[in-house]
Design a protein around this ligand. Structure first.
Ligand code: NAP
Ligand code: MG
Length: 499
């Protein structure tokens, strides 16, 4: 399959304005003076050299955040005032939707049309949601059994380290930063090495909006150095991590071996979509195609294990193969394109290796299976049939456009197979029968269940994993709890004994 990599007629190279670390309200070089290359996955060419933060830079950023937390006004101002500043940041981000979306498309190979219509407007709305929550964080009045009165205070947890992945750079940035800002925390963000550009852009918008210096710092660099320094730092109170299960384990280990900081982990997934005989086949085919191939399969909640009941299986297979072939792979700046390149060479090779492995394991390649074009990291939408539960393509998170199709007979079998995974991030159920939908949704061990829909994210819907997909919720009011700690205050009522 050939790929047009010219970005369509309207393509113009976005301007790269910010490439230095953002510490204490200033753009600065790294202490070592080192930089690293961030590349354009459409071609593999270098876009920009970005400051490479390491332990010394993390120390400086944490010191700035600590100072802003211990002595600055952000944790001390009213929630209402923090909310006003966050609303201003949301307005500024809204004014720069196009520019930020272009940075993520260039850096991560994401579709520009979707960045402009979904990712960045979604981040604006999420910020507004938490801005609205900032003055509604309060504790409880306690009913004590003796003559005392007691109440709880919900206090910001302190200095937070956010470590984020590359698949939704701006979305992930605001998933983490928005509730943490609302609670009055200060923070250091370590973006993924593949996609550092939008985080730096958003950091300077925060300063313009009035977020005080030191509250929001961004240190670009590598996970094994900057990321590890943040997660093992003695003066960081909490790490909020999104990424792979393997690295999540390292983050938890580092927290355990340093200051026992709080940790929340949003990790990988291998989500099932269960399609029953009574589902509308055409709708099911469209939904499964989106569940697997959307954002080139680089979504933690991608539905890549597709279980189809035997009565509609053959028709489904025929139709999904046709749909996959008509899915347009190409330049993410071209509005006609439905799938851009994988984020980098490492990810591209990993996905192609899994496709080879699937063939060697004995699955049948229904469609796709090869790279597209000669340059860049494009891969054909790929579907395997005859997939067995124990195969690695059915168990491992591939994080690419690869679907495993499997057949089932009964609801019991579907539930058992869907749960046969170490992950538990999300699941889809397609049926017209309310009893089937209810039974399956209560039986699947996963953090989000979508019935007759998929990727139905919303600000107020808590999102996070079960099992090895991690713990702690992003989005919804639950996310505030990750950045708060509860203090109990007790005092005798006038005249009652002190003990
Ligand atoms: P990753 O390799 O785990 O990296 C995530 C972040 O951790 C990056 O910033 C990375 O830095 C950093 N890191 C790497 N090693 C580290 C270490 N030893 N200590 C501290 N930080 C370290 O994941 P990824 O490849 O970027 O992203 C894909 C994964 O993220 C998938 O597994 C996907 O499912 C998961 N994900 C989960 C969610 C969710 O909400 N559950 C959402 C999106 C993605 P570098 O840039 O140097 O690698
Ligand atoms: Mg890049």
């Amino acid at each position: 399959m050939a790929v047009d990599c010219n970005g369509g007629e309207s393509f113009k190279m976005p301007e790269i304005k910010f490439t230095k670390l953002f510490i204490n309200g200033q753009f600065v070089d790294s202490v070592s003076g080192k930089t690293f290359e961030t590349r354009d996955p459409r071609t593999g060419d270098v876009i920009a050299n970005v400051a490479e933060g390491d332990k010394e830079d993390i120390d400086l950023a944490v010191r700035a955040a600590r100072n802003a937390f211990d002595h600055g006004k952000w944790p001390r101002m009213s929630g209402f005032e923090r909310g006003r500043i966050m609303m201003k940041l949301a307005d500024l981000l809204e004014q720069h939707i196009e520019e930020v979306a272009e940075l993520d498309s260039l850096d991560g190979g994401k579709l520009l049309t979707l960045g402009k219509a979904m990712d960045i407007p979604g981040a604006v709305n999420l910020l507004r949601y938490y801005a609205g929550a900032a003055d509604k964080i309060h504790g409880e009045t306690l009913k004590l059994s003796r003559e005392y009165q007691g109440y709880t205070l919900k206090e910001p947890i302190g200095v937070v380290g956010h470590i984020i992945p590359w698949n939704y750079p701006t979305t992930m940035f605001f998933f983490k930063v928005s509730p943490a800002l609302a609670t009055g925390c200060t923070m250091v963000v370590k973006p993924a090495e593949q996609t550092p550009l939008s985080a730096l852009f958003c950091a300077q918008l925060a300063k313009k909006a009035g977020v005080p210096d030191g509250v929001l710092n961004v240190v670009t660099g590598f996970g094994a150095t900057a990321g590890a320094a943040l997660s093992s730092h003695m003066d960081v109170d909490k790490i909020s991590f999104t990424g792979s299960t393997e690295v999540g384990r390292l983050v938890m280990e580092a927290a355990a071996k340093s200051n026992l900081k709080h940790v929340s982990l949003e990790l990988g997934g291998k989500s099932p979509v269960i399609i029953f005989d009574d589902a509308d086949v055409d709708m099911a085919v469209d939904l499964a195609r989106i569940a697997t191939f959307f954002n080139k399969g680089e979504i933690c909640v991608s539905g890549t294990r597709i279980y189809v009941q035997e009565g509609i299986y053959d028709e489904f297979v025929k139709k999904i193969a046709e749909k996959a072939k008509s899915w347009v792979v190409g330049d993410p700046f071209d509005p006609k394109v439905q799938q851009g390149p994988q984020v980098d060479k490492v990810q591209f090779e990993k996905v192609l290796n899994y496709i080879d492995l699937g063939k060697r394991e004995g699955a049948t390649l229904l469609t796709g299976g090869k790279r597209c074009g000669e340059k860049g990291y494009y891969i054909e939408p790929t579907i395997f049939t005859d997939v067995k539960e124990e195969m690695r393509i059915a168990q491992d998170e591939i994080f690419g456009p690869v679907m495993s199709l499997m057949k089932f007979k009964t609801i019991e079998e579907a539930i058992e197979k869907a749960n046969n995974t170490r992950y538990g991030l999300a699941a889809g159920v397609l049926t017209k029968d309310i009893n089937t939908a209810n039974r399956v949704s209560r039986s699947i061990r996963a953090g989000t269940i979508w019935i007759n829909c998929y990727f139905a994210f919303d600000n107020d819907v808590p999102f996070g994993g079960y099992k090895m997909s991690g713990f702690g919720k992003d989005m919804g009011m639950h996310a505030l709890d990750k950045y708060l700690q509860v203090k109990s205050v007790v005092t005798p009522i006038y005249g009652s004994p002190w003990l």
